[in-house]
Design a protein around this ligand. Structure first.
Ligand SMILES: Cc1ncc(COP(=O)(O)O)c(C=O)c1O
Length: 363
């Protein structure tokens, strides 16, 4: 058992009901209870993504689900247009490169949101060969919530499918997949969903299949057409390969917690704590890395304090107060630190503990 209070931006510490669910004996797919349990969990995830489309659960971390989306939708010779303002946007491009797909990236500064108008301007020059646009909703490297609704509207107007990474936002920040017109959304269990690492989910809007149902896809394990066939055919089990029952038990319990709380209420809880952190941290002399207008409530990014390096801040919080925080990574190393305000970590008593520790530490 960890002796620390973790406030890193995932994996999150989880609710006892999730742990309890995962300690059950495995059911195996031959049990008549398995298919309904798996499909009901997919259904709960559909409600969380807010889509009438199809959701698949994959035994991988979130990167696997992004790999599934990219390699299923974009065929060799075609281009994915990536919008990036940070590490996880860049990762979409890296995945596509590994599949030998054509990649074009529109880079945006890491201290601000993606610009949908820049996307429009690019697409107005011609869309030949562009099979998909890829973007991150909550760019965890920088704590930015990108304007995906507007990005989706631009993609719609050019009839290009949009793939969105919602890994660090789903169930913590508002996300309305169908209403916004997102074609494919990927996520992972270990962030605002409140589950553990190893379960990724991918949602495909009803209307999105027309863009790639006819494509062979360059992947196998992550080939979305094979995943869809397995649900339809009902041979063996509703997923093409063996599934971790234990992880599905855990995700199912995490989904129940989300739906019992209510999505709207849950998102409100994350924003309320974001505001609490902002007020208290600014009182202590910290400044936010990004303004509230583009800030993500689930990954809070703060500039370094004038009195303390990031290295010292994170080391002393760990050693003296038993609290783990996220530090800046890559370009942000030494410049910012981050709080994972997610799921069970987004609780007032935990936020208070961090603020009290900082108060003492800076005194
Ligand atoms: C926005 C975002 N996308 C993708 C990932 C990668 O997810 P995973 O580590 O589950 O593969 C992360 C992980 O931190 C993330 O924050």
């Amino acid at each position: 058992m960890s002796k620390y209070l973790s406030l890193v931006p995932g994996p999150t510490q989880v609710h006892p009901r999730v742990l309890e669910a995962m300690s059950q004996q495995v059911m195996t797919h031959l049990d008549e209870g398995w298919r309904p349990l798996y499909l009901q969990t997919c259904d709960k995830m559909r409600r969380i993504f807010e889509t009438t489309g199809q959701v698949f659960l994959m035994a991988s971390s979130g990167t696997g689900a992004m790999e599934a989306a990219v390699s299923s939708v974009v065929a060799p010779g075609e281009t994915i247009l990536v919008l990036s303002n940070g590490l996880f946007g860049d990762r979409i491009a890296m995945i596509a490169e590994r599949y030998h797909l054509q990649v074009e990236t529109l880079h945006f500064p890491t201290g601000g949101p993606l610009d949908p108008e820049a996307l429009r301007a690019r697409l107005q020059k011609g869309t030949g060969g562009i099979a998909a646009v890829g973007a991150v909703y909550s760019e965890s490297q920088n704590g930015i919530l990108n304007p995906i609704r507007d990005v989706a509207a631009v993609c719609r107007s050019f009839d290009i499918p949009l793939i969105v990474d919602t890994v660090s936002a789903l169930a913590g920040a508002e996300f309305h997949m169908d209403e916004w017109g997102v074609d494919i959304a990927v996520s992972a269990g270990q962030k605002c969903i409140g589950g553990v690492v190893g379960m990724a989910m991918i949602a495909v809007a009803d209307d999105a299949w027309r863009h790639f149902a006819h494509k062979t896809g360059t992947g196998f394990y992550f080939n979305l057409n094979l995943w869809r066939d397995s649900v339809r055919s009902n041979v063996i089990h509703p997923h093409p390969w063996s599934m971790s029952e234990t992880l599905v038990y855990g995700l199912n319990a995490a989904c129940d917690l989300i739906l019992e709380e209510g999505l709207e209420q849950r998102v409100h809880r994350h924003w309320a704590l974001y505001d609490f952190y902002m007020e208290e941290l600014q009182r202590l002399g910290f400044t936010p890395f990004v303004p509230r207008s583009c800030a993500c409530p689930t990954v809070i990014s703060m500039n370094r304090h004038p009195k303390l390096t990031i290295e010292e801040l994170s080391r002393r919080l760990k050693e003296e107060y038993g609290i783990l925080i996220g530090v800046g990574i890559y370009q942000q190393q030494g410049k910012i630190w981050r709080i994972g305000n997610m799921a069970e970590q987004a609780r007032p008593e935990k936020a208070r503990r961090l603020i009290d520790a900082l108060l003492e530490l800076l005194a």
